[in-house]
Write a protein that binds this ligand. Structure first.
Ligand SMILES: Nc1ncnc2c1ncn2[C@@H]1O[C@H](COP(=O)(O)OP(=O)(O)O)[C@@H](O)[C@H]1O
Ligand SMILES: [Mg+2]
Length: 231
């Protein structure tokens, strides 16, 4: 008798600036995978879905990050401290939640991950007048000590549109959410990462966030399927 091979888990990150549309996309993907819709392939239904985010709520580092994001007014301050806290939180997130979920064959959808450290903390460090290559290396070095998802989807939304979306929701009061010039630089960093990070380790797909939610979702789903069946 042949034993049926169970499908392996798969983990991917959704990333992008504040207000880009990450949580919206994660929710649409989550709903799709959990749905009873016949168009959801049986393969996907074999996977429990884990929807998670960073900073987490399960670590002290995560709590410290949240406190800093709420109380700091200058986006440039505390770059190195945040860099260390995010990687501390990320390591525990992986050990306690993501890795065990993958062992249970889950599809893990993570709302923000290490590309946020590359985009945001890189900008913070650059603006704190650390040489840009040195700053990049500081992040890269930390990134080699954690695990990586199968791929990253970056939602690329112009900062003015992202800020307007947050304003309509009554958001936009946190450290990085209100500074248009800073957020636009962070957006450019995300795009630069595609060029700077080695492709064999960092599989990054950029999708425009300046289109209908449904279009963003369909493009993300198409990329997911390509990666799912490639394994
Ligand atoms: N493609 C889109 N077009 C228009 N509005 C959007 C789009 N994606 C998200 N939004 C809206 O923008 C706001 C911010 O989206 P959200 O998903 O919370 O962003 P993020 O998680 O990246 O901060 C929400 O009110 C959401 O409904
Ligand atoms: Mg969000």
């Amino acid at each position: 008798m042949t034993k049926q091979k169970l499908p392996r888990g798969l983990w991917f990150d959704i990333d992008g600036i504040d207000g880009a549309g990450k949580t919206t996309l994660v929710s649409l993907l989550h709903r799709f995978f959990c749905g009873l819709d016949d168009s959801v392939k049986m393969e996907f239904k074999k996977h429990p879905i884990v929807h998670t985010k960073e900073p987490t709520y399960i670590t002290e580092a995560g709590q410290n990050i949240r406190r800093i994001l709420q109380t700091d007014s200058n986006p440039v301050e505390n770059g190195e401290l945040l860099l260390n806290l995010y990687f501390e939180d990320r390591k525990i997130h992986q050990d306690k939640l993501i890795t065990p979920a993958l062992e249970q064959r889950c599809l893990v959808i993570n709302d923000r991950g290490e590309l946020s450290s590359f985009a945001y903390q890189w900008e913070q460090l650059k603006q704190a007048e650390i040489d840009q290559e040195k700053a990049f290396d500081m992040i890269f070095e930390r990134s080699q000590k954690v695990k990586r998802p199968s791929f990253y989807i970056v939602i690329d939304t112009p900062a003015d549109i992202a800020i307007e979306r947050m304003r309509r929701e009554g958001r936009g009061t946190q450290k990085f959410e209100k500074d248009l010039a800073f957020l636009e630089k962070v957006r450019k960093n995300y795009l630069e990462l595609q060029v700077k990070l080695p492709k064999e380790k960092y599989n990054i797909k950029v999708i425009s966030g300046n289109q209908q939610k449904e279009q963003v979702f369909q493009q993300a789903l198409a990329y997911f399927k390509g990666e799912y069946y490639k394994r």
